[in-house]
Design a protein around this ligand. Structure first.
Ligand code: SF4
Ligand code: SF4
Length: 632
């Protein structure tokens, strides 16, 4: 149903990505609202919420603290600004860590099913990685077949979620030893993923932990459980099941949708279903079926991180990042958008009702009213994938041909730079990278990650920071919606070396890599941790000593809060381009941007201006180089 558009969006200014403006204009012509329209309707947003000063943790509230001190300074229970802000942040970290880790649990269950020979549609693809992880976790692989190793590994990994006792997480064996010492000293070694998340909720219940320092330290502990175990497990097991990514060419942006094909979008995060959809859709049977319905075939494109998963392993084109999910439907050319979980706007159902698109939810934990729900079950993966693809094909004749508009823009990108792929490009050893860093050919490495947020110009900060850094000879790696933004801007094409400084350009040309490397989906921020850990160990230093930094220029999700916190916990100087809801407490803001550095070696830095942010990040890198005695 067309809606009354109360506030018009200045379409030409809201995005740095080609094709977005024309679809926002089309949305308004079609009477369809997008996230940008709804953000305008939300203005003015609650200042208490923006400052983190609102508490709803019990029914004596909600309580709000007056940031100017002339109104209430305490909630009904007596909690002040510092407690409330820290508690709210801890709950964000808990939710983010839960999302990543529950995703890992789902992959681990499929992995266990494969190990036990119960799941016919999945297999162990990267056996080398399986063995290497097993050995790192202390599982002997000698004289054992791959399924036996996998069974033992599955048992250990199951324990990561809820093992009893105070023993550290087993996956911490992947972290550098110097880091472990820092975490031990700070008392933030995580014991079990679910336990730390559960403790976040307990501590933030009315009348438990009121000390902002103690609350934030538990946030650090929980985030480490996410980064070094939950997310790490999702990455490792996805690689073992579907293959460790290698450089692969694909196309990016909404122009990957095809006029005469059945277009299917896979959206969400988990590769367990999306990989199957791609396999089934590309089968001769489904391609032929599409022809019977008048199409030339079936075309699958990705969105957000499940898009990244199938992009980096199968070369599936990527249609866009978080803020483009509604726009894909607004093209009028998408027969089905198939979602698993995380970052799926419930609004896609409303948008889809204005066209012919079927929204198909598949996860028992992620229903959306108005969508078709076809529950996924790994035991019947291929049958379910076929049923879903068939629905999309049968919907092709319903396409509203007079309302179809697919932007022309698409661009080639190279994705799939796992740590293993980077090592392979380097000739099997970190030495060439270390030498280039040491002699200043490359000044440093920055991991850029995270979301889109309609509060800032779409993809502008993502690409601006990346360009500002590569021109200063800083190698940029990244994940999530940043990597899609960079791909759509051409920064993942070998031609982007022309935007790099002379040193980085030389290295990229020698290795035949772009200056911005796609390392995967949100959970694959764990690959950045592994890369930094390996570099630090090879140099005999700790991660905070490296000329490296992190950035989340357009973050919005709770997962991004957890990622940012585990970057800081891992010793990384971490930039946030959107102000987090902590400014209601000077104490909490100071801990996060100053004091935490003395505890774990990393800290947050908040700067909305991407050019200024890149300058500061570069200066931090130069300071680290000075301390290492490396040329500037
Ligand atoms: S926990 Fe305290 S501050 Fe929060 S709502 Fe209850 S009374 Fe208010
Ligand atoms: S980067 Fe952010 S918006 Fe994008 S898929 Fe990940 S959590 Fe969602």
């Amino acid at each position: 149903m067309a809606e009354y558009i109360k506030y018009r969006v200045p379409a030409r200014g809201v995005s740095a990505t080609k094709g977005v403006a024309e679809l926002i204009e089309k949305a308004e012509e079609d009477g369809v609202k997008t996230a940008w329209h709804r953000l305008l309707e939300q203005q003015p947003q609650c200042a208490f919420g923006q400052l983190g000063l609102c508490c709803r943790n019990c029914n004596m509230g909600p309580c709000r603290i007056d940031p100017f001190g002339s109104g209430p300074t305490k909630g009904v229970c007596g909690a002040g600004a510092d407690t409330i802000v820290a508690r709210n942040l801890l709950r964000m970290i808990a939710a983010g860590a839960a999302a990543h880790s529950d995703h890992a649990r789902d992959v681990a269950e499929v992995f266990k099913g494969v190990a036990e020979g119960r799941l016919q549609y999945y297999r162990l693809t990267d056996v080398e990685k399986l063995k290497s992880l097993a050995e790192t976790l202390g599982i002997s692989t000698e004289n054992k077949d791959e399924h036996e190793i996998a069974r033992e590994l599955a048992e250990v990994l199951e324990g990561e979620f809820g093992k009893p006792g105070d023993e550290p997480l087993r996956m911490l064996a992947l972290a550098p030893k110097k880091r472990i010492k820092v975490w031990e000293k700070a008392g933030v070694i995580p014991r079990a993923i679910d336990r730390e998340i559960c403790e976040c909720m307990h501590r933030t219940h009315i009348g438990v932990d009121a000390d902002p320092v103690s609350l934030l330290l538990h946030g650090i502990r929980t985030s480490i459980a996410d980064g070094w175990s939950g997310s790490m497990m999702a990455t490792y097991l996805s690689d073992i099941l579907f293959g460790t990514p290698k450089p692969i060419k694909a196309e990016a942006n909404l122009g990957v949708l095809k006029e005469d094909y059945v277009n299917i979008i896979v959206h969400g995060h988990n590769p367990i279903l999306s990989t199957k959809i791609v396999e089934v859709a590309m089968s001769e049977e489904m391609q032929e079926l599409a022809k019977k319905y008048g199409a030339k075939g079936v075309n699958v494109a990705g969105m957000c991180c499940t898009g990244n998963e199938v992009l980096m392993r199968l070369g599936v084109p990527i249609a866009g990042n978080f803020l483009m999910q509604e726009l894909a439907v607004i093209t009028g050319a998408v027969e089905a958008i198939i979602v698993d979980y995380q970052c799926i706007m419930p609004a896609i159902v409303d948008v889809a009702q204005c066209y012919h698109t079927k929204v198909i939810t598949t996860e028992p934990k992620a229903h959306i009213p108005g969508a078709i729900h076809i529950e996924f079950n790994a035991e019947k993966a291929d049958e379910i994938a076929k049923e879903i693809v068939r629905i999309a094909i049968e919907n092709y004749p319903n396409r509203p041909r007079d309302r179809v508009h697919i932007p022309k823009h698409k661009i080639e990108a190279i994705a799939g730079f796992s740590v293993e792929a980077i090592l392979e490009a380097l000739g099997g050893t970190l030495e060439p990278l270390i030498n280039a860093l040491r002699d200043g050919t490359i000044k440093g490495i920055v991991g850029i990650v995270g979301c889109n947020n309609p509060k800032v110009r779409h993809n502008h900060s993502h690409v601006t920071i990346a360009k500002e850094l590569i021109k200063r000879d800083v190698l940029v790696v990244g994940t999530g919606c940043w990597s899609i933004a960079a791909a759509m801007d051409g920064l993942m094409s070998p031609k982007a070396v022309d935007l790099a400084g002379p040193g980085l350009k030389k290295v990229c040309e020698t290795l035949n890599i772009p200056p911005c490397l796609h390392m995967g989906s949100c959970v694959d921020c764990s690959r950045i941790l592994i890369a930094l850990g390996a570099l630090a160990e090879a140099l005999g230093v700790d991660i905070p000593d490296l000329p490296a930094a992190g950035s989340a220029p357009e973050w919005m999700s709770e997962k991004a809060v957890s990622i940012g916190t585990y970057f800081v916990a891992s010793g990384v100087f971490t930039h946030l381009g959107v102000v987090p809801p902590v400014m209601g407490s000077q104490k909490v803001a100071k801990i996060l941007t100053e004091d935490v550095e003395d505890i774990v070696g990393g800290k947050f830095y908040v700067e909305p201006d991407p050019v200024k942010a890149a300058e500061t990040i570069y200066n931090v890198i130069i300071e680290k180089r000075k301390k290492l005695g490396w040329p500037l």
